[in-house]
Design a protein. Structure first.
Length: 843
């Protein structure tokens, strides 16, 4: 097999990905790139396989402006400077992949050398991770979180201007500094007044200073109270000594409650032991930004980013913490990770559907992929039992712990059929439960599901030829897991599984049909002495003059042509039809087409590439477009030359056999399996007087053998058909009785052939022979008497012999003497002497 990798100019950017797919036979995701149309996209190239052979490629373009870029630019809270960017390393440069918030039209265009010292994007490319400080592409100081995206060449940088982060502190410092400056001036002025106005002025000045200090405190309190982030202050023992209003609203504790707490009390219990280590790092590095998990008064856990720094206030050292709720940011990061995971899930499922060729293997692999690559806690596929209406799990993967063994799910509208599985079956679609704990429809399974960590579930129907036969069910370990993106993926996978099952069924039916065809051929081989088999040649012709060929199977070579001869257009299909048959074939095609037929067959001759003539059987199906116009003819042609020759030979053999049967001097009759006469030859008609048509239309056996017992015996003789000859007295049409002899020979289908002959002459010969034999025996007995009997007894014994032969009781033995007189002597010596028999004497 060969793959043509030439492309029009506008598709040249697919070449590398397609080359990789052709080499590896696996799905390839391209990186973000600018295509020849000037658009940015991500390409997915999917190999289309058939029996491990590549027969095509499916290219999918993903526009990142539809989802990826908007997701990256989203930010959990209002911020004038914060943004998220994607970058990758290209040679010695780091390239920005998405459009930036503060600079337009930068995707895949803006790049910086990888050795740019303070650029967070360059730091990411050089391997840095975590919280860093530097200057962004605007040359503005920023605070950034640098991460590498697993299994990709991308880096994600979340950054915010340092001015925005430290603006509240700087504002406080500015106010404090300005107030201190004023205080110095006022103090100097007060000192002068002190000299001038003595102690009265001094006390008044002290009062003014107190008012000023209170103003500073009020302004500081205003700044901290209305900040968007939690700000708290703790002493050296980590006891909270000051908080702003944001802390109260965030954690749910009152101000007094917070001031009685240690700073570690805000963390989840399992992370509290790490507080000393984090505080030490903050003290050693003059400030630290890190992430951790905090817990509200109601027990809600949420992720935070802590900017910790030690401050000296008066004589004491305090730790200041600026805490930001990063729940939305984490959700955004999780969304990107989930998107990546879902794409991997879909990719592996599609590869499996292309690669696996049996249903059980497909189900096992899809469940495994759902757990390994999709991150689901449990995945199973169940089939519907039509007799019981239950859905029984057949394949599963993930954490089960006996859950499926006791699972009862029905397809009816009852409590056991209202969950995701039963509802998906009834709706022939999908159903989602995003909160197992609180959804009333999950009551029959809730306790067991929660015990195993299942928090949300979804199911999609699996169909075979449009009929729902099963479900694909997934469980996640977090509520609200099945968003729109996951549901779309689940529906697509359900459709892909259904498509694969349809493909398997088509293949199974094809194999079954092939097996049936082979079985028919084998049965035919048992009955036929000569088998003529020619493989079918498949054609697709255009409904145009000459029938140009758009497709022909490889076995056209049996007719002396290569597929290229016809596909190239040099030789249309009409070019191989015998010139004498072409007008008839074309006329029949027009007639069948005009009559609106969708299928017809023809037999005609074709010319082979070597100039020989072959007969073919053409089975053609008519293809029409939506408007009913004929566009193509598709079908098969079978070489039936041997069959036509065999039919011609059979016809000749039939003529020869008919001639022989009509002219042999033997009666021949054919009886069907029920014993009824179907055909007789001419000798039958001449001998018995009944024609073939008369014999078939009458109860001819009753006519030939009118005696009931004889007729029954003859019918039994015919049905027995044991090949033994039997003699019968047969009445002819004119009423005379004829001696006949018959034998019946059985055939394989239960019918038999009767063979008969006129034996009248044989009977006469047999009678004459019997008469001759009796006379000879009589002579021999008389001779024995003359030779052995005494003279006195001889005539008496001879007389007895004659009387016995003539069946008489009385008789006289006499002879003619020499005087020609009749003498009837007695058995005495005188009589004996009168006989004068030479050589005889009387005792």
């Amino acid at each position: 097999m060969s793959v043509d990798l030439s492309f029009p100019y506008e598709y040249e950017h697919y070449r590398d990905a397609i080359d990789e797919v052709v080499g590896t036979r696996e799905i390839v995701f391209s990186d973000l790139h600018v295509n020849s149309r000037g658009d940015i996209d991500i390409d997915i190239v999917i190999p289309l396989m058939e029996k491990n052979e590549l027969y095509g490629l499916l290219v999918v373009e993903i526009d990142p402006h539809q989802f990826l870029f908007p997701l990256i630019q989203s930010w959990p809270t209002p911020s004038p400077s914060a943004e998220t960017v994607l970058v990758r390393l290209e040679g010695e440069y780091v390239v920005f992949l998405n459009d930036l918030r503060h600079c337009r039209d930068t995707a895949l265009k803006l790049k910086y050398p990888v050795d740019t010292e303070q650029l967070p994007a360059a730091m990411a490319a050089r391997g840095s991770e975590g919280i860093v400080e530097g200057f962004d592409y605007r040359d503005v100081p920023v605070l950034a979180d640098v991460r590498r995206i697993p299994d990709s060449p991308w880096y994600i940088i979340t950054k915010i201007d340092q001015d925005e982060v430290y603006a509240p502190l700087r504002s406080i410092a500015l106010h404090v500094g300005f107030s201190a400056f004023l205080l110095i001036i006022v103090a100097a002025f007060g000192t002068a007044l002190l000299w001038r106005n003595h102690r009265a002025v001094f006390y008044r000045r002290q009062y003014e200073l107190e008012l000023e200090r209170k103003g500073l405190l009020e302004r500081f309190e205003y700044v901290t109270t209305h900040a968007n982030d939690v700000i708290l202050l703790c002493d050296s023992s980590r006891r909270i000594v000051e908080v702003n209003e944001k802390a109260v609203s965030t954690y749910g504790y009152s101000r007094d409650e917070l001031l009685r707490m240690q700073v570690e009390d805000l963390r989840v219990p399992e992370l509290r032991p790490h507080i000393e280590q984090d505080m030490a790092k903050s003290r050693e590095s003059d400030g630290l930004v890190y992430e951790t998990l905090h817990q509200k008064k109601d027990g809600t856990v949420f992720p935070v980013e802590v900017s910790s720094r030690y401050l000296q206030i008066g004589e004491q050292i305090h730790a200041q913490g600026i805490i930001r709720d990063i729940t939305e940011r984490k959700k955004a990061e999780a969304g990107i990770a989930r998107l990546t995971r879902l794409y991997a899930f879909l990719s592996h499922v599609n590869q499996t559907i292309v690669r696996v060729r049996d249903r059980d293997g497909l189900f096992h692999e899809i469940c495994r992929i759902a757990v390994v690559h999709g991150g689901f806690r449990l995945a199973w596929i169940g089939m519907i039992e039509k007799e019981t209406g239950l859905v029984t799990p057949s394949v599963s993967d993930g954490y089960d712990d006996g859950y499926l063994d006791q699972l009862v799910v029905s397809t009816g509208d009852d409590p056991f059929g209202k969950g995701p599985v039963g509802t998906a079956v009834r709706q022939a679609g999908y159903h989602v439960v995003n909160d197992i704990e609180h959804d009333p429809d999950m009551r029959p399974w809730k306790d067991e599901a929660l015990k195993r960590g299942y928090r949300s579930s979804a199911a999609v129907s699996i169909k075979l030829k449009g009929e729902t036969i099963g479900v694909f069910s997934l469980y996640a370990n977090e509520p609200e897991f099945f968003g729109e993106d996951v549901i779309e993926l689940l529906v697509e996978i359900g459709e892909d599984i259904s498509f694969a099952l349809d493909t398997f069924e088509i293949e199974r039916e094809r194999k079954h049909a092939e097996e049936a065809r082979m079985a028919a051929l084998e049965r035919r081989e048992e009955l036929e002495a000569i088998i003529s088999h020619s493989p079918a040649v498949v054609f697709l012709w255009k409904a145009a003059e000459g029938w140009p060929v758009e497709y022909v199977s490889e076995n056209i070579r049996q007719f002396g042509y290569s597929p290229e001869d016809l596909l190239s257009g040099r030789l249309p299909f009409a070019g191989i039809v015998h010139p004498e048959d072409l007008p008839r074939v074309a006329g029949e095609v027009r007639r069948h087409s005009d009559e609106g037929r969708s299928f017809f067959s023809q037999e005609y001759r074709v010319m082979t590439g070597g100039g020989k003539i072959r007969w073919v059987d053409d089975r053609t199906r008519v293809r029409r477009d939506a408007a009913g116009r004929i566009t193509h003819y598709q079908g098969i042609i079978l070489d039936i030359t041997e069959r036509r020759q065999a039919e011609e030979d059979l016809r000749e053999q039939k003529e020869i056999m008919q001639t022989i049967l009509d002219n042999i001097p033997i009666m021949v009759a054919f009886f069907n399996p029920s014993g009824r006469l179907e055909w007789v030859n001419r000798c039958w008609e001449k001998t018995l007087g009944w024609t073939c048509e008369e014999s078939r239309s009458r109860d001819i056996i009753r006519d030939l053998y009118p005696d009931d017992s004889t007729c029954t015996a003859v019918m039994d003789f015919i049905r027995r058909a044991d090949g033994v000859w039997g003699d019968f007295k047969t009445r002819l049409r004119d009423g005379t009785v004829l001696d006949t002899s018959w034998a019946n020979v059985p055939l394989s289908d239960g019918s038999n052939i009767g063979i008969g002959q006129d034996i009248s002459a044989r009977k006469r010969v047999e009678e004459a022979l019997r008469t001759s034999r009796a006379e000879l025996a009589l002579r021999n007995r008389i001779a024995d008497v003359f030779l052995t009997a005494p003279d006195q007894d001889m005539f008496a014994e001879v007389l007895d012999i004659f009387l016995e032969a003539m069946d008489s009781r009385y008789g006289v033995f006499a002879y003619i003497d020499e005087d020609d007189a009749l003498v009837a002597p007695s058995m005495t010596g005188v009589v004996w002497e009168k006989c004068n028999v030479p050589g005889k004497s009387v005792r």
